[in-house]
Write a new protein. Structure first.
Length: 326
């Protein structure tokens, strides 16, 4: 009736006890649909066509995530330049790369990871657009080819691509429900923390401006700040798990939502795990609750059901104890 699949029955009662809800931004607060809003060209492209490079990268990489879908819609997916080597996107690198015959190696992904040492030079531009809520992707040309699963050497920035996430229509009301019921919401994402903070603020998450990037942090540092911030950006999969584990050890009952492979470790660690049906099969298999229509608005109804069960048991137990006393 509520479009929710319960895979482990006790999790309904557990969700009723949750006091911290950890949310992944993409696919949870936003609906996973994205579109390219603008292209900020930084360098001239005399010996190649920018659109052709991205189109050829889309063709070579064959990725099917929300970001790649937005890029394909704007730039297409065609074999314009011959490919000699590819490096698929990973949560570790946070970029993908393709080597084209006669042109060199091009990387596409998070600016901090694509540009590396050159990032500070362009950080103000990135922060400017991130503060408007855009996901900023950098296209760069590497000075060396792909080696040992990474790009090395200096990367020359060609352009920034601004991508806009669509916030779920029901997100604000759902977050308000949890806020009114004393559930603290935290957002854990692999994206730029400034972008995530802006989107979290739009859906009414309290203290959304209290954000931090986990890039370069040790596991011990991540563990120590779990309860100090509301928004966590540039988070790697194992760091999501550490954050959930730290919150649990601080006597919180933690629920985690997610839809991607990088959420699996955190979902398995959480007291209650919730998956979007639009996510990958592996996530749906490990989650205790699956929102079949991927509609976050179903959550308050599930919590209410759990609280009704808990309240009924408490009332019945009270009557039983009174009966014993009599």
């Amino acid at each position: 009736k509520r479009k929710t699949l319960v895979q482990e029955m006790y999790c309904i009662e557990m969700l009723a006890r949750v006091d911290v809800l950890c949310l992944d931004k993409t696919g949870t607060i936003t609906d996973g649909s994205m579109k390219v809003k603008d292209i900020i060209k930084i360098q001239k492209t005399d010996n190649f066509d920018l659109k052709g490079i991205i189109s050829s990268m889309n063709y070579a990489l064959e990725e099917e995530n929300a970001t790649s879908q937005a890029l394909k819609k704007r730039f297409g997916s065609s074999l314009i330049y011959d490919t000699t080597e590819i490096l698929p996107f990973s949560s570790e690198n946070k970029y993908s790369a393709v080597t084209f015959s006669g042109l060199g190696t091009f990387a596409l992904g998070a600016p901090e990871f694509v540009l590396k040492g050159n990032y500070e030079k362009y950080s103000e531009i990135v922060e400017k657009y991130a503060s408007l809520g855009y996901r900023v992707i950098a296209l760069g040309k590497a000075s060396k080819d792909i080696s040992k699963g990474k790009i090395s050497g200096v990367t020359k920035l060609i352009a920034f691509i601004l991508i806009e996430d669509h916030i779920r229509d029901e997100a604000y009301d759902t977050i308000k429900y949890f806020k009114d019921n004393n559930v603290n919401c935290k957002v854990i994402s692999g994206d730029n923390p400034v972008t995530v903070s802006v989107i979290a603020g739009k859906v009414g998450i309290e203290n959304a401006d209290n954000y931090i990037s986990l890039e370069g942090m040790s596991d011990e540092e991540v563990y120590s700040i779990a309860d100090k911030y509301t928004v966590f950006g540039r988070v790697k999969p194992h760091q999501k798990q550490i954050l959930v584990k730290a919150l649990k050890e601080q006597k919180h009952t933690v629920a985690m939502t997610g839809d991607g492979v990088n959420d699996i470790l955190a979902l398995k660690e959480a007291d209650c795990s919730i998956a979007m049906a639009s996510g990958c099969d592996a996530v749906r298999n490990v989650a205790q609750l699956v929102l079949i229509d991927s509609n976050f608005a179903s959550m308050p109804h599930v919590v209410a059901e759990g609280r009704r069960v808990v309240n009924n048991i408490q009332q019945s137990a009270s009557l039983f104890l009174v009966n014993l006393l009599l």
